[in-house]
Design a protein around this ligand. Structure first.
Ligand code: NAP
Length: 455
């Protein structure tokens, strides 16, 4: 894929970038390796000051950063502004908490003194997707840099200006040269990077094939990885649920980021007793969405990030119809305007055991399923290869307990939308990946947990 800024709302190529040569990559690896040697010795207090400064820059310049995000990947400007603010939040969170998260932990043993010490690993490679082009990077970088690691970013090829802006933020915040670098390179270079001795570990957020390929390359070198991959999250609505609140949240949860979020609600699993009502209310909400220019602040739904995503999504919709699905609204690209627009879409009656019901739909498409009871709801929720997050709606305590206990996912949100929060761990199970980001668990992923025993 060429490294370029192509406006998803118009199809216009705005800027193209040369991929780094092998010599340039080697120079950046050298710089990263050298930077680690002194950066690892800096104090938490110093790192924290730099990260607070990065948060200041994000807050002060959020409008400009938001424009770059919207221009490159089509998210609505209001969502992009919120994303820049959230990046500041995660920086502040780790600036404040990293020292306590990584403090020595005393453990009583037969030694006169024994404890656990957390130490940085070195150069960490981050392979990141375009869908939250700032957030995905900051949620990796804030804990990794606070722990004393240095970061190398291979961002998605369609968001190069975001990638360069992020590198610039860290430099302007005062982090020493080489502590955070962007590599403008294609995916084909990632395996070579994993084989390089200077790279100690990697994190990837993205698709299953990308995750597999990174994990294979890392596995050959016995290097640690964290993988945040896809999902087809269930949104379960049981008979006792507050239907009005559930429908409002269902719409946001599906349409967030123009439908391109890993933790978007994708499969709506609704108790038969309330399914007609839910369907009608959700349809009204979908029909009321304002589709249009993502730069306008009143737009609800902008374009998909690339023509390829639009094409893949449309093929999945056609496959769903072929398998027996009934389109309640949408079901097609919006062809009377340029750009990668897809109509808000609802599809009911897809056979629950069909192959297409197992797939992730990365766009504004809701799949509706009806179930007789909670047993069937949980069974259907768990019947796919993914396990990222689940949202479930009930006012019954026993049902709540069962949903929390029995749903196979990295997160379960009861009567709320699945969302990430710096204070809570984030990640998946099954084919949604492994490892955790955010919270104390996130900062412990890329450290050496060193056992110290002194007699
Ligand atoms: P993608 O194609 O996998 O791209 C993600 C990143 O991986 C990009 O930087 C890409 O580079 C790189 N990449 C692609 N193929 C690679 C390979 N074989 N080896 C190494 N790197 C490779 O992902 P996408 O389709 O753009 O993103 C959507 C997917 O990401 C969805 O499945 C979504 O659910 C998932 N996602 C998950 C999370 C989470 O936290 N769990 C968050 C956001 C998105 P190029 O751009 O140069 O190809």
């Amino acid at each position: 894929m060429a490294i370029a800024t192509i406006n998803p709302a118009t199809g216009e190529t705005l800027k193209t970038f040369e991929s780094l040569s092998d010599t340039e990559i080697a120079a950046k690896l050298d710089l990263a390796g050298q930077a680690f040697e002194h950066y690892r010795k800096t104090s938490f207090q110093q790192r924290s000051q730099w990260l607070q400064k990065a948060a200041d820059i994000l807050e002060q310049e959020k409008a400009e950063f938001a424009k770059v995000m919207t221009l490159e990947m089509g998210k609505t400007l209001k969502a992009a502004i919120a994303e820049a603010e959230k990046c500041a939040l995660v920086c502040r969170y780790y600036a404040e908490h990293a020292a306590s998260f990584l403090a020595d932990v005393a453990v009583k043993t037969d030694a006169s003194k024994s404890f656990v010490r957390y130490q940085p690993l070195g150069v960490i490679l981050a392979v990141m997707p375009w869908n939250f082009p700032f957030w995905q990077v900051f949620r990796f970088a804030a804990p990794a840099l606070m722990a004393g690691n240095v970061g190398l970013l291979k961002h998605a090829s369609n968001v190069p200006q975001c990638a360069l802006a992020i590198e610039d933020i860290f430099l302007r915040a005062g982090f020493p040269s080489g502590v955070f670098q962007t590599l403008l390179i294609g995916a084909a270079k990632v395996a070579d990077l994993m084989a390089d001795d200077r790279v100690k570990a990697a994190t990837l957020t993205g698709s299953e094939p990308a995750g597999i390929s990174l994990a294979v390359a890392a596995g050959k070198q016995i290097k640690k990885t964290v993988l945040e991959l896809g999902g087809s999250d269930p949104f379960i609505v049981l008979e006792s649920a507050d239907l009005t609140a559930a429908v409002v949240t269902a719409t946001t949860a599906r349409m967030l980021n123009n439908g391109q979020s890993c933790i978007a609600a994708k499969r709506f699993i609704v108790a038969e007793a309330i399914a007609d009502k839910f369907e009608k209310l959700l349809l009204d909400k979908f029909l009321a969405l304002k589709v249009g220019d993502p730069m306008q602040l009143d737009t609800d739904l902008g374009p998909l990030a690339t023509p390829g995503i639009l094409q893949d999504l449309d093929q999945q919709v056609q496959a769903a119809v072929k398998s027996g699905g009934k389109v309640l609204t949408g079901g097609h690209a919006i062809s009377d305007r340029p750009g990668n627009y897809y109509a808000p879409t609802m599809i009911a009656d897809i056979p629950q055991d069909s192959a297409i019901a197992q797939e992730e739909f990365f766009g504004p498409v809701a799949l509706l399923f009806r179930v007789p009871d909670i047993d069937a709801a949980i069974k259907l929720a768990n019947s796919i290869p993914f396990g990222l997050g689940a949202s479930a709606w009930t006012t019954n305590d026993q049902e709540c307990d069962r949903l929390v206990e029995e749903i196979e996912a990295g997160a379960v949100f009861i009567n709320g939308m699945v969302k990430s929060d710096p204070r809570l761990p984030f990640g998946g199970i099954k084919r949604s990946g492994y490892g955790r980001e955010l919270s104390i668990q996130g900062i412990h992923e890329f450290v050496n947990v060193k056992t110290v025993w002194v007699k």
